[in-house]
Design a protein around this ligand. Structure first.
Ligand SMILES: Cc1ncc(C[n+]2csc(CCOP(=O)(O)OP(=O)(O)O)c2C)c(N)n1
Ligand SMILES: [Mg+2]
Length: 606
């Protein structure tokens, strides 16, 4: 797309430059600061050239807008843009900025600033009462702790450069959100015709992948080749599908087992005989981790939780990451022999090549280890499979729910997980085997899946998108906004709610710190009675197919019906009653934990 050969406003230039730089969608929540933007889109519609600008996606809530941009980028690898209204819209991005930052997801956030003139000095100056109220001392400060770059576009003359620069930084490893703010007068400024950029993709490409220094590749290869019990721990290596293939090759070469810790991506095929299970908030020592003599941590923020689970003090640990010492985390340490910064796919291929070149792998030892791992792998799967049953009274267990979802959706679906206390159940029972088939927020600010499902579907229109989400997380995701967007922009998905009638996690956290406190007797008081009609929210806002299921016999058919709707273009939301993972209170019955059958009763007197 050629840059403007006639004068345009800076707003037009900002938008056209985004489009030139590969931004397909602008997830937007509009305000008085965006007069130049609204006018630019109107001009494009009037003049029949809407393709020159990113497609405008109206987002009734900013948290959903940024989550949608995140989901799009997680699925496609392509950074999108989000437009928000001054400080108010920036505040409403809320925890979605945390998710994009922690999840290492590139996104360009553009925010208006209140007009900077008040006496009519410039076009776009203050003319509404809010312009004084929205004038804040440090608008970018709202998000500064979470963005890789925050800057103000001070003149339309270099708006083009700043969009490219912001996106270049967002896309360079480790990727993340960037924030540009623009005053209304600047948005309204007329910018003279700009020179065509010969190829912005080349001029502003992200930093090229980094390889390991040869001696470090050699050191890691030697350690793995000489180990009796080598082990890989990973959390997000699957951000790059090429890294999954590279890890698989290395592990097969030397029979190295893999544990996924807090996996927010599909990192290693679940069905591979070297896949040795998952670690979430484990309360006990993982014997495989304890037995390892060499541990390669490849792409992980939390490879284990040392108070309950850690490698042997004698183990040699290597940390391999684009971000090996987590400069963004004030407190972090893994006692490693070597911390190496590199692109994971590149580094793993280097290590594999070095293992091969060095030769001398004891093939008998390797084969014996592969057989032992396969036995562990099979025993794990057999134990998990045994749990994929409803209870005798028809109660749907989370394990049975995930098994039914797995059978219904098939291996090609794209699954978003925000299952919280059922994260581990999703990992163990979904058993994803294709790179890119499972994503999580990468952070901890709940509600990501609502918007992310819309973004994911826009990025992969041919795939069935399925969200597995806690009832609390579903509500955090502003479902009225997300479901409206799904219908408006033709991005249907299936949402399956693990409806355990409240927030189980804070109660479990409390029990872990106060194992014999009052909470054991009377419960955590984090229940959601009286029950809300969660799918009904989606039906009302987005015309979704809505169903609530309490008995196992109804589950497979309801999932089938819901999927049929999704495949015909209509979203579906199913709330499935499952038991909470929190133990029932041991003391006198507490009203906050009323049986879901008693719905309608407020949990407190009066
Ligand atoms: C934005 C945000 N607010 C609060 C929390 C704290 N929090 C962590 S888990 C949780 C409960 C989530 O409820 P649900 O999705 O139903 O999952 P469950 O714990 O029941 O499995 C809460 C409130 C958070 N992580 N993010
Ligand atoms: Mg819940």
């Amino acid at each position: 797309m050629a840059m403007a050969d006639v004068p345009h406003t800076a707003s037009w230039v900002l938008l056209e430059t985004m489009r030139d730089a590969g931004v397909k969608y602008l997830f937007a929540n509009l305000g008085s600061d965006h007069t130049g933007i609204v006018e630019a889109y109107a001009q494009a519609r009037r003049d029949g050239c809407t393709g020159a600008l990113p497609e405008l996606v109206i987002c009734p809530h900013e948290f959903v807008a940024l989550s949608a941009a995140q989901g799009y980028a997680q699925v496609s690898g392509e950074a999108q843009a989000v437009l928000v209204h001054v400080d108010c819209g920036t505040q409403n991005l809320g925890g979605a900025v945390h998710n994009a930052a922690k999840g290492r997801v590139p996104v360009l956030i553009l925010a208006g600033l209140s007009p900077v003139t008040q006496e009519g000095e410039l076009p776009g100056g203050r003319n509404e009462f809010i312009h004084w109220l929205q004038d804040t001392a440090d608008q970018a400060g709202i998000v500064r702790g979470y963005v890789k770059y925050a800057h103000e576009v001070r003149t339309g003359r270099n708006a083009q450069q700043l969009v490219h620069r912001a996106l270049q930084i967002a896309r360079s490893e480790p990727p993340g959100p960037v924030y540009l703010s623009v005053a209304r007068e600047v948005m309204e400024e007329t910018v003279p015709a700009q020179l065509d950029q010969p190829d912005p993709g080349l001029w502003w490409s992200p930093v090229a992948p980094m390889a390991l220094a040869p001696q470090v590749a050699d050191e890691i290869a030697a350690a793995l080749a000489g180990a009796a019990a080598p082990l890989v721990v990973t959390s997000y290596l699957g951000r790059d599908p090429a890294a999954v293939a590279a890890l698989t090759e290395l592990c097969e070469l030397a029979a190295i087992g893999v544990i996924e810790s807090v996996p927010m991506w599909m990192n290693f095929p679940a069905g591979h005989p070297l896949h040795l299970g998952y670690q979430w908030n484990t309360s006990g020592q993982n014997p495989l981790l304890a037995a390892a003599d060499v541990v390669l941590v490849a792409g992980s923020d939390v490879p284990w939780i040392p108070t309950t689970n850690r490698p042997s003090p004698a183990a040699q640990i290597y940390v391999l990451d684009v971000d090996p010492i987590k400069e963004q985390m004030p407190l972090w340490h893994v006692p490693a022999t070597r911390y190496a910064r590199a692109d994971l796919a590149t580094a793993l291929r280097q290590v594999t090549a070095r293992v091969r070149e060095r030769g001398g792998l004891d093939q008998e030892q390797v084969s014996a280890r592969a057989r032992r791992h396969e036995e562990v792998h099979r025993a794990q799967r057999a134990a998990w499979a045994a749990r994929e049953q409803p209870r005798d009274d028809g109660t749907i267990t989370p394990e049975y729910l995930v098994a039914c979802v797995r059978e219904a959706i098939g291996p090609d679906a794209l699954v978003l997980t925000e299952a919280i206390t059922n994260y581990a159940v999703v990992s163990e029972h979904l058993q994803p085997s294709r790179p890119g088939s499972l994503i999580g927020s990468g952070g901890s600010s709940l509600g990501w899946s609502g918007g992310a499902a819309v973004g994911a579907k826009l990025a992969a229109p041919g795939r069935t998108v399925v969200s597995l989400v806690g009832d609390g997380s579903y509500l955090f995701g502003v479902p009225a906004s997300a479901q409206w967007m799904a219908r408006r922009y033709g991005a249907p998905s299936l949402t399956v709610i693990f409806d355990n009638q409240g927030w189980t996690a804070p109660t479990l956290s409390t029990l872990a710190v106060h194992p014999s406190g009052a909470t054991t007797a009377v419960g955590g008081g984090t229940g959601f009675a009286p029950e809300a009609d969660l799918p009904g929210v989606a039906a009302a806002a987005g015309g979704a197919y809505a169903a609530t299921v309490s008995h196992a016999t109804r589950l497979p058919a309801t999932l089938g019906r819901a999927l049929a709707h999704v495949r015909r273009g209509r979203s579906a939301v199913i709330s499935v009653h499952v038991p909470s993972a929190a133990p029932p209170p041991s003391g006198p019955h507490h009203p906050a934990l009323v049986d879901p059958g008693q719905k309608g009763e407020p949990p407190w007197p009066g």
